[in-house]
Design a binder for this molecule. Structure first.
Ligand SMILES: [Zn+2]
Length: 455
């Protein structure tokens, strides 16, 4: 069973990472949340997955659903019912385009570096919290100098249930996980009604290229929240994402709940991912998404100090969460039809909002990519009223130059960024209220639903 493997892999990683992390209960809980730090380890090989030779010859989605999938004709998509945790996996597809060093992704972008070559000794172990005694982390810690990082205790494991005291204090902490508390510095929605900020988390994976091919055919762009360990594993896919015009954002090195980590560990998680993206693309994102959405005021202060604005996903005022649950499929909790129903409900909720919205989807798993390419994205494209599918930075009305440190000339984005752009972290959490893209306040109020399993 895949889920058993996930639990085992997760447990092994956590034993190696920290003594406290080795607690079996935590491993189980993380696996229950479809934690990509477990799943990511299963992709941490340059060889195709074990079942990669299995061909998928099932009928295309259009044969089993009431809507057509005009943009998915390049490949067959499994019937919705067959999208499960035990589904066969495709052969990994590599990017076919080649981009030469010096090429630029957009006007004002720095040149693309020479192709990235991974050297193990230069990087932390994949999918582990990086050590904090390195010269790199010591240097990055200086970005916190002069920053008021709130003295908030680490949570047990980033879940509400495991830490009742922290959960009771969630409003004070601004803890998103327990009650959806946000701050003005968080991006939680697109300002314009019916704008959908499209995003995919946890890659690049063996299946990302399928998604990229679909996006090419469908002619729209997305934001990719990438895991540092995956970036150095599949740098060519990251280059393809970036050069095709998709937006790239930080999603940490090992995909742990950040509220459970020390300040130094958070800096290490963000710093190494930032460094990996810079090494591959030549740019440093000015945005990030915390794994599981697990953020509080301590994590926020560190994130902003390091020059990255947190991007969450949307909730309705009544507590509806814009999480497709696509990650629950590979975890074995739901199958394709249930996830697709969740998605349809999301779009129904979306039409009731005054703003646009941001939806959580993933490109780490075969199941997530297939349901996106074959079902949710075609459904969204044909949805009425018509939705505007665009990357999150674009929906925020940010020029692409704002999204990377090297090209950014915006002195108010990220918060308090100095005009020189010569260093990554010159922000002040104290100035958080000054940020101009605070359009989420109406979404924050009165959300008290208790939920689990957020990625
Ligand atoms: Zn994630």
């Amino acid at each position: 069973m895949k889920i058993q493997a996930l639990v085992l892999v997760s447990a092994l990683q956590l034993v190696a990472a920290r003594a406290s992390d080795s607690h079996a209960r935590r491993a189980q809980r993380l696996a229950n949340r479809a934690d990509a730090d477990a799943a990511a380890a299963t992709t941490s090989s340059s060889t195709p997955p074990a079942a990669a030779t299995t061909s998928i010859s099932t009928p295309p989605a259009a044969a089993t659903t009431s809507f057509s999938t005009p943009a998915a004709t390049y490949t067959t998509i499994p019937p919705l019912e067959s999208i499960t945790s035990g589904m066969p996996t495709r052969v990994e597809v590599q990017p076919t385009a080649t981009y030469t060093a010096g090429a630029t992704a957009f006007s004002g972008a720095p040149p693309l570096p020479t192709p990235f070559v991974f050297v193990q000794s230069e990087w932390p172990v994949w999918d582990h919290v990086p050590p904090v005694d390195s010269a790199e982390v010591a240097e990055w810690m200086k970005e916190l100098d002069g920053i008021n990082v709130p003295n908030i205790t680490t949570t047990t494991d980033g879940t509400c249930a495991a830490d009742p005291a922290a959960a009771a204090d969630a409003a004070n902490r601004g803890w998103w996980t327990c009650g959806g508390h946000t701050r003005d510095t968080d991006v939680t929605a697109c300002p314009n009604k019916l704008d959908w900020g499209v995003s995919f988390d946890d890659g690049p994976s063996p299946y990302t290229q399928y998604l990229l091919d679909f996006l090419d055919e469908a002619k729209f762009k997305a934001t990719f929240f990438v895991v540092g360990s995956r970036v150095v594993e599949r740098p060519k896919v990251l280059v393809e994402e970036y050069m095709k015009g998709h937006e790239i954002s930080v999603h940490t090195w090992s995909h742990r709940p950040l509220t459970s980590l020390t300040n130094e560990q958070i800096v290490a998680e963000l710093g190494w991912t930032r460094k990996a993206i810079k090494a591959v693309l030549g740019v440093t994102p000015t945005t990030m998404r915390p794994p599981f959405g697990d953020i509080d005021d301590r994590v926020r202060a560190i994130t902003l100090a390091m020059g990255m604005v947190p991007i969450m996903w949307s909730r309705t005022p009544s507590g509806g969460v814009f999480d497709t649950n696509d990650w629950r499929i590979p975890a074995g909790y739901v199958k394709g039809p249930e996830s697709f129903e969740t998605f349809k409900n999301i779009l129904s909720n979306a039409t009731t909002m005054d703003t646009g919205f941001i939806v959580l989807e993933h490109d780490l798993y075969e199941a997530s990519v297939d349901i996106g390419v074959g079902y949710t994205l075609p459904y969204a494209i044909q949805f009425q009223p018509k939705l505007n599918l665009i990357p999150i930075g674009q929906c925020m009305k940010k020029p692409v130059t704002d999204l990377y440190l090297e090209s950014n000339t915006n002195k108010t984005f990220p918060v308090g960024l100095s005009g020189t752009n010569s260093t990554a972290g010159k922000n002040s959490a104290a100035s958080a209220k000054d940020v101009r893209f605070a359009f989420s306040s109406t979404l924050v109020a009165a959300v008290a639903a208790v939920f689990v399993g957020l990625i």
